[in-house]
Design a protein around this ligand. Structure first.
Ligand SMILES: Cc1cc2nc3c(=O)[nH]c(=O)nc-3n(C[C@H](O)[C@H](O)[C@H](O)COP(=O)(O)O)c2cc1C
Length: 177
């Protein structure tokens, strides 16, 4: 099953986790591509980030390179911020066409405050866009470089890869953005 991973990472934990997921996926012979979400404008102060996130503001995301039409599974990954998911991921979810897409969620967290609420909210938002959420997982940010931990926490996600090698999706297909 080919996999597109759309992720946002501010301090590197989520990025480390998705890089491992990509590697694990490819080791099983399937294709995976990472799409890092970069807001056009970004607040870097903690309070500013919390304020915008808590207000459910969506960041403006550059989606020109984001063609997800030919992927069988889309993984949405983000840190938990202010008890929900990040403005960057919200911006992508709002813009993308997700009807009938198979989706998965991975959120990384610090203290753990609001992690279940964040997961639930992202799932609801994806379902509201017509996606079918087939997996959701939570990872402790400080363990995102620990491959054994990730392998354990995401064991049922890795089972979805299937065994048959899958070719790279046709990039010529219409844009998913
Ligand atoms: C602005 C901000 C708000 C955060 N809010 C929460 C939170 O509500 N709950 C939590 O468990 N962790 C929170 N964290 C911690 C991050 O979720 C955690 O460190 C995460 O792994 C960071 O991922 P990244 O390195 O990919 O950016 C917050 C971090 C930042 C910067």
């Amino acid at each position: 099953m080919n996999l597109a991973i759309l992720f946002y990472s501010f301090s590197g934990n989520t990025k480390a986790a998705v890089e491992y997921i990509k590697k694990g996926w490819e080791e099983k012979g399937s294709f995976c591509r990472l799409f890092q979400l970069k807001p056009r404008k970004e607040t870097t102060s903690f309070l500013g980030q919390c304020f915008r996130t808590a207000r459910r503001q969506a960041a403006e995301i550059e989606l020109a390179d984001l063609d997800i039409t030919s992927y069988e599974l889309i993984l949405f990954a983000s840190p938990v911020w202010a008890l929900t998911y990040t403005p960057a991921l919200r911006g992508a979810v709002e813009k993308l066409k997700l009807k009938d897409k198979k989706a998965a969620i991975v959120l990384t967290y610090g203290s753990g405050a609001g992690k279940e609420r964040a997961r639930k909210e992202l799932q609801q938002d994806l379902e509201a866009k017509g996606a079918k959420v087939v997996f959701s997982g939570l990872l402790r940010g400080r363990n995102c470089c620990d491959r054994d931990y990730i392998k354990r926490e995401l064991a049922s996600f890795f089972k979805m890869v299937g065994n048959a090698p899958v070719a790279q999706p046709d990039r010529a297909q219409a844009s998913g953005a």
